[in-house]
Design a protein around this ligand. Structure first.
Ligand code: AMP
Length: 284
């Protein structure tokens, strides 16, 4: 496995691979890797010749500096995990490599209402920062395929929109949510969960499953009300939103008949850790 810290060195290497007709898969991450991240690498290895994984905790997508400071950093362990997964290339830039003072890194996309609902409402500026770093990384890596997780459903929807706006040829591949045995969606933030609250953190997944079960006999607003009430019951739990949206437009739906693709998305504070999860309720 090769490790690059400098943009120029990585580009030189990738240029050679591309010239030899090799396809490149790319999985951008913020490190503190777990099996969810590794599933992206595995998928990329199946579908492309060479896989690049970047680890970069992007400061421009944190609206809360305390969250940025507390974000787990486990680089040595991440490198070991990637080696075990047979990843080909790690890109480990510092902030100056991604945002050099002499380079205006584009931040010009307008995602309209895609970026103002759900995460956009509670984390202002988050998606501008996310899109900025993904665009910069795509300009550097120029992958044939980009692998991202359904775990961040709104993020992947916005990236799909950005690829279209930027007219980039990269194919976006959405990878399934990898969960712990008890159903909790894997997340780098899970390690920070209060051990007393951790067993109850399965409630996000349970509530999504219960919602899916009741799709045929309830309206979206009835399901949202029930879910918000359930998620707010345990001590230390504070749901920010539980939304049922069209999976393309991310706008609320009032009747399941109005869409072929309905997704429930939620964000819940569990103690001082903010967890997100989602589930496709209907896709036909
Ligand atoms: P992050 O390091 O949190 O920015 O995540 C990097 C990539 O891994 C994103 O595309 C995420 O959607 C994806 N990811 C994070 N958690 C999971 C998971 N539990 N299952 C699958 N993919 C995930």
């Amino acid at each position: 496995m090769l490790l690059f810290k400098k943009v120029a060195d990585l580009q030189k290497h990738l240029h050679k691979l591309r010239k030899d007709g090799k396809t490149i898969g790319f999985a951008p991450t913020m490190g503190a890797l777990h099996r969810g991240h590794i599933s992206l690498i595995e998928r990329s290895k199946k579908e492309t010749d060479y896989t690049v994984c970047s680890i970069f905790v992007n400061p421009t997508q944190f609206n809360d500096t305390a969250d940025l400071d507390k974000y787990p950093r486990t680089t040595a362990q991440d490198i070991q995990l990637l080696a075990k997964a047979d990843n080909d290339i790690i890109f480990l830039p510092d902030v100056k490599e991604i945002y050099p003072p002499d380079l205006a890194v584009a931040n010009k996309y307008d995602f309209g209402s895609l970026a103002t609902v759900m995460e956009g409402e509670f984390r202002p500026g988050h998606f501008d920062g996310m899109a900025q770093v993904v665009k910069r990384l795509l300009d550097i890596v120029e992958p044939h395929k980009l692998f991202m997780g359904q775990k961040d459903f709104q993020q992947i929807t916005i990236v799909r929109n950005m690829l279209k706006q930027a007219e980039l040829p990269t194919e976006l591949v959405m990878c399934d949510i990898i969960r712990e045995e008890d159903g909790l969606a894997m997340s780098s933030r899970n390690v920070r969960l209060d051990p007393d609250l951790r067993p109850t953190a399965t409630l996000l997944h349970k509530t999504l499953l219960a919602t899916k079960d009741k799709v045929n006999s309830n309206t979206p607003s009835q399901l949202i009300e029930a879910a918000m009430s359930d998620l707010g019951k345990p001590k230390g739990f504070r749901p920010e939103y539980f939304s049922i949206v069209d999976g393309i437009t991310l706008q609320h739906i009032s009747d399941f008949k109005d869409t072929d693709f309905a997704v429930a998305c939620t964000a819940v504070w569990v103690g001082d850790v903010r967890l997100i999860d989602n589930m496709v309720l209907k896709n036909n």
